[in-house]
Write a protein of this length. Structure first.
Length: 286
């Protein structure tokens, strides 16, 4: 943990980790907002191509880096200094400088969460290659969480690379032996796949999306099959708790769909930094 940071000033390393996380969090806001739109454009292009129609020229250029960031209300270009993580939001007092429309709290929240999680990961793993992989794992989970909350979508363009990267990282047993990682990937997918089909056969309804299977498979690939029971139990408990609170506070209909991906991501991150300790404590208690 902190011993591996002793070669460098600990405080400086942690501060730089926080700043890096804030900066990446700003980029993740772009991914959370634009990737679903990019996928929708791609699906629309495929449909129009199938129908023999020409898609709009402007939509072809839409990507994570184009067009430049602008206010969604008045479409005024955002100044570079207004994109500074947290500080930009405070300078603008949470409103667009041109039209005074409120800026979503999601932007500073994602930046702050990403910064703090990055700091915790570096503190936990130290200044090591393992920490670098764990930080990347954390950033992808943050992006998936934001997208699933807003769109109830876990894009294959994030979940599948995360799955394959987890297997590659564990070739050298970075987080778990490769055999455990492979079993974890297969078991993670099959567990939720089985639940999905059992629920559908009993009720005739779909209880979750296929993206949840792939995300749990990715978590198994990174952390090994041993962490899957804790991830499933923790994500289910957190999901049930937040769902119940939502019904009590906002009168949310019981049939309303709730994104399960964020709970899997939260449980997966907890397993990353404390899974072995929690599992050992649990087994010792038994």
């Amino acid at each position: 943990m902190i011993e591996t940071l002793s070669v460098y000033p600990v405080e400086l390393t942690l501060i730089l980790s926080l700043i890096l996380g804030l900066v990446v969090g700003s980029f993740l806001n772009v991914v959370i907002y634009r990737l679903p739109l990019q996928l929708q454009n791609s699906w629309r292009h495929d449909a129009m191509d199938f129908l023999g129609q020409e898609p709009p020229a402007e939509s072809k250029k839409f990507s994570l880096i184009y067009p430049p960031s602008r206010c969604p209300s008045c479409e005024t270009l955002i100044k570079p200094w207004h994109n500074i993580p947290i500080i930009g939001y405070l300078l603008l007092k949470g409103r667009c400088k041109s039209c005074a429309e409120p800026i979503s709290l999601q932007y500073p929240a994602v930046e702050l969460i990403c910064g703090l999680l990055t700091l915790v990961v570096v503190y936990h793993f130290g200044f090591t290659a393992q920490a670098a992989w764990a930080v990347l794992f954390t950033w992808v989970l943050v992006a998936l969480t934001g997208i699933d909350v807003n769109h109830q979508l876990l894009p294959d363009s994030l979940t599948l690379p995360l799955l394959w990267l987890g297997l590659l990282v564990n070739i050298t047993s970075t987080f778990t032996p490769l055999v455990d990682a492979v079993i974890g990937a297969v078991a993670g997918y099959l567990v939720l796949w089985s639940v999905y089909w059992a629920f559908k056969l009993i009720t005739g309804k779909e209880g979750m999306g296929h993206g949840d299977f792939k995300l749990l498979a990715a978590l198994g690939a990174w952390l090994g099959w041993q962490q899957l029971p804790m991830i499933i139990l923790l994500s289910s408990a957190v999901g049930a708790l937040i769902g119940t609170i939502g019904i009590l506070l906002y009168g949310r209909e019981r049939q309303a769909q709730i994104a399960f991906g964020p709970y899997l991501a939260i449980a997966g991150w907890v397993a990353l930094v404390a899974g072995e300790r929690i599992t050992n404590s649990y087994l010792q208690f038994l």
